[in-house]
Design a protein around this ligand. Structure first.
Ligand code: DC
Length: 229
């Protein structure tokens, strides 16, 4: 029997990363971990605790009180994010958290705590993890690394549609602005900046469907597993 592998999917937001990673995990019957949701949950905890919680003196105390878990919703079959036992899936996707998550994820203490949890979740393989630093920091020895990119206007349009479907009405310009500012902070931060690992396979999703992205990654994964698709 072949061993279960670690699949690391990194890239910019709005590239279809999470949707693709989720489907790849389900096809392989692997665990899926959305690490962006973890940074979003910590951001929500910080926002709730007030602005002063962003000051370094308070960060450790706050982080000690943060517990993040994922639980499958039995009616939708989808995994949802919990912060200290509370379902926060909806709140962490809103514009307030999106506007501050890059700032919070640039804090080294936050990254240290979450990376440790992510490593333990993937310790036995059989996992598809998506984020910004999975192939470079969390699992530098991952069996398969994919880096996803796309034109920023295409990405903003996708994000805007997603929010609209959820009944959140914000302008496309606002979405594009948020996306560009997050790209800027994510790629230029000192600790674990978003970058393509040397051994990651680049997929530009500007003109390809989710179905095609899933298919391409499954071919790569099955090759690593020594199986034919
Ligand atoms: O994937 P997402 O858009 O939900 O991620 C939200 C933010 O979290 C993103 O702007 C950067 C940060 N993030 C990170 O720094 N490292 C990760 N592994 C995942 C996300």
């Amino acid at each position: 029997m072949s061993r279960d592998i670690v699949v690391a999917i990194d890239g910019y937001s709005g590239t279809g990363k999470s949707t693709t990673a989720k489907k790849v995990a389900s096809e392989l019957d692997y665990i899926y971990v959305d690490t962006g949701a973890m940074y979003r949950a910590v951001t929500l905890a910080f926002i709730r605790a007030g602005v002063e919680s962003f000051l370094s003196g308070k960060i450790k105390t706050l982080l000690d009180e943060v517990d993040i878990s994922f639980i499958k919703n039995s009616s939708t079959g989808l995994q949802e994010t919990y912060l200290n036992g509370e379902n926060v899936e909806e709140q962490i996707r809103g514009i307030e958290v999106s506007g501050r998550v890059s700032e919070v994820s640039a804090i080294s203490e936050v990254r240290r705590k979450l990376v440790e949890q992510q490593r333990s979740m993937g310790a036995n393989g059989g996992i598809v993890m998506d984020g910004r630093d999975i192939g470079t920091v969390v699992f530098p020895k991952a069996d398969l690394k994919v880096f996803m990119t796309a034109n920023d206007e295409v990405r903003a349009e996708r994000r805007w549609l997603e929010l609209k479907e959820k009944g959140k009405h914000i302008s496309k310009e606002e979405v594009l602005e948020n996306l560009r500012s997050r790209d800027e902070i994510d790629t230029s931060r000192v600790d674990s900046p978003l970058r393509q690992a040397d051994d990651a396979i680049l997929i530009d999703t500007s003109n390809i469907s989710i179905k095609q992205q899933v298919k391409d990654i499954l071919i790569l994964a099955k090759r690593k597993l020594g199986k034919d698709i």
